[in-house]
Design a protein around this ligand. Structure first.
Ligand code: NAD
Length: 317
């Protein structure tokens, strides 16, 4: 029988691309419950789904910030049976923290962290009873590495990474897999929304130097990075398909190899100096990402060798 896959945040971006990809699977391996907060925005998905609509793809309302909405969506599924839960809904926030209210920050945590926690709380007991299931979270490389002016967004993704890192050990005991997908930049409405908000924001709450760094250094570089290194949502959907169809799914999966050395910097040097120096240079001294990456790769190799030696000493082969 096809696997029941519930995806959150399917009105745009990665969620939409993934819902369509799984619903149009040639081998018909999936029955997709494509959920969105506001079903009035379903047209784009309906059009993209084409003939799959109401066959292998069904659209349902679900707001990850509303327990009632989550409960009634899950209850509407036969036997509440979900094989694969894909937590995709998420929101961004960029800028100097002096310009953000605690309420705005809490809203990010509500969606990106507690939104996923609410979903997992709802489906985990059923998965445990069936002793099978797969929980996927669309995290980010920013769940592994902080990025300037993304303080709260990064914190929300770190939070869910820590949550999943704790949960997976228990989950595995019940034959439930947990996977974090960590994309780098992806060209979706997400970045447009954060840029729009950033352009409307009032920078009088911060000093002129910070405002200047944010608008002239960060925003410009960030837009350049999105247009040069950004992946398509279809690309991320393809990676996610592979993760959910492998026999033993990975706990972490990065979709953009260019970012792997960046996220490894802190592991290569536990004092954090390599990481902070590299990022400082990248942002303020315009060192190239390549230069930093090469330095990091050399250090990581050295570190890995030391770790293997350590493991041998401890008796792990
Ligand atoms: P997007 O803005 O197109 O999609 C996010 C979706 O989540 C939207 O459809 C939005 O309506 C939905 N959503 C927001 N709040 C919700 C709620 N309370 N309940 C249900 N749905 C809600 O952006 P995207 O890039 O497709 O983002 C999808 C995921 O990918 C997010 O978790 C994001 O953090 C992550 N991500 C994005 C990028 C990127 O560069 N775009 C990079 C790494 C990770």
């Amino acid at each position: 029988a096809p696997k029941v896959v519930l995806i959150t945040g399917c009105s745009s971006g990665i969620g939409l691309a993934l819902a369509v990809k799984l619903a149009q699977d040639k081998q018909r391996r999936f029955k997709v419950i494509a959920t969105m907060r506001n079903v009035a925005k379903k047209e784009k998905l309906e059009t993209a789904a084409g003939a799959a609509l109401n066959k292998t793809l069904e659209i349902k309302q679900l707001d990850v910030c509303d327990e009632k909405s989550i409960r009634s969506c899950v209850n509407s599924i036969p036997q509440r049976h979900i094989d694969i839960l894909i937590n995709n809904a998420g929101v961004g926030l960029i800028g100097p923290i002096e310009c953000q209210t605690i309420e705005e920050m809490k809203a990010i945590m509500e969606t990106n962290f507690f939104g996923v926690v609410r979903m997992i709380k709802e489906v985990l007991p059923d998965m445990k009873k069936r002793r099978s299931g797969h929980i996927v979270v669309i995290s980010s490389v920013m769940g592994l590495q902080g990025i300037v002016f993304n303080d709260i967004y990064t914190a929300s993704k770190f939070a869910i990474e820590g949550f999943c890192e704790s949960l997976i050990i228990q989950a595995l005991k019940f034959n439930i897999f947990v996977s974090l997908i960590e994309p780098g930049p992806v060209v979706t409405e997400f970045e447009m929304k954060v840029y729009e908000d950033a352009e409307k924001a009032d920078y009088s709450q911060t000093d002129p130097e910070t405002a200047e760094i944010f608008t002239n250094v960060y925003l410009k570089n960030s837009k350049a990075i999105f247009s040069s290194l950004g992946q398509t949502p279809e690309d991320v959907a393809e990676h996610t398909l592979k993760v959910i169809t492998t026999a033993k799914p990975p706990f972490r999966h990065q979709t953009n190899a260019i970012y792997t050395p960046m996220t490894a910097l802190k592991h290569a040097d536990p004092t954090g100096a390599l990481m902070t120096d590299s990022f400082y240079k990248m942002v303020f001294k315009y060192d190239t990402l390549l230069h930093v990456s090469l330095k990091a790769i050399r250090l990581i190799r050295w570190q890995a060798q030391k770790m293997r030696q350590g493991a041998r000493l401890l008796g792990f082969r």
